[in-house]
Design a protein around this ligand. Structure first.
Ligand code: XBP
Ligand code: MG
Length: 250
């Protein structure tokens, strides 16, 4: 494809959990367990079980999935949806306390790449399944005070009817940016997230983590263990991101 017909890169769209920060094992998981204890429930999601439950995105949906697996009779009780929503709200409050404590730092290279993108006047966005308040807290406490303002579009949680792997949240972000998918590049960590981004037509870079490293990532433009900080052997630079973005259009 001649260089003149390549759509220039204008925006980076970041997933949150597992991509910006490794939030699942030591963040969301203990927050769910704290909410269960607070409600007087003997439910406990250990690391292996949580890894299985992560197949379902969305905290409320994940609780329901757990009930289908382990406490099916509860699903027939009147008011179960309200009970799940209340558990999830308590979980979110517990998660926000963890984020505010600084317990969930950004993954290597994320702050560096975001700074490079800002310096190059690239537009930034978020496309996540978690709640908007969780995103705001993570950006504030783990990236920088006021950092939420760096992101023109923050697509989160229940803003769309279908969560990842559906493409809805990425389509919402593209509409908000008023950009075609070809002008953007997405960062994800999981197979569900990759399917969502690819479903919206986005070139996608995957950085895996302990929960996702054994998943398959067909359609990713590249799969990496991390973006890498300055000390890394080959940190992923904005120049490299641009090269992957152009090559993906050929
Ligand atoms: C990962 C998810 C979220 C979190 C829990 O989101 O699937 O549901 O596990 O957060 P991402 P909530 O798209 O950022 O990878 O309990 O707020 O849903
Ligand atoms: Mg993720």
């Amino acid at each position: 494809m001649p260089a003149s017909s390549v759509t220039p890169l204008q925006a980076l769209i970041f997933d949150v959990d597992g991509t910006l920060a490794d939030t699942e094992r030591d963040g969301h998981r203990p927050a769910f367990n704290a909410a269960f204890r607070q409600a007087g429930l003997d439910w406990h999601w250990d690391e292996p079980l949580y890894g299985e439950l992560l197949a379902v995105t969305g905290g409320k949906e994940r609780i329901r999935h757990y009930l289908e697996r382990c406490h099916r009779a509860l699903l027939d009780e009147p008011g179960i949806d309200t009970r799940i929503a209340a558990l999830h709200q308590a979980k979110t409050q517990a998660y926000l306390v963890l984020v505010a404590s600084g317990a969930l730092p950004l993954r290597p290279g994320v702050a560096r790449l975001i700074a490079e993108a800002r310096a190059a006047s690239l537009r930034l966005a978020i496309a996540t399944t978690t709640t908007a308040e969780n995103v705001a807290a993570l950006l504030e406490h783990s990236l920088a005070p006021g950092a939420a303002g760096w992101f023109e579009a923050i697509g989160a949680g229940d803003m769309v009817p279908a969560k990842k792997p559906a493409p809805d949240i990425y389509q919402w972000v593209l509409k908000k940016l008023d950009l075609p998918a070809a002008a953007c590049l997405a960062f994800e960590d999981s197979d569900n997230g990759l399917r969502a981004a690819c479903g919206a037509g986005l070139t996608t870079v995957v950085t895996t983590n302990a929960y996702t490293c054994r998943q398959t990532f067909d359609g990713a433009c590249v799969v990496l263990p991390e973006l890498g900080d300055d000390a890394a052997t080959q940190p992923v630079t904005l120049a490299q991101i641009r090269a992957w973005h152009s090559a993906a259009q050929v």
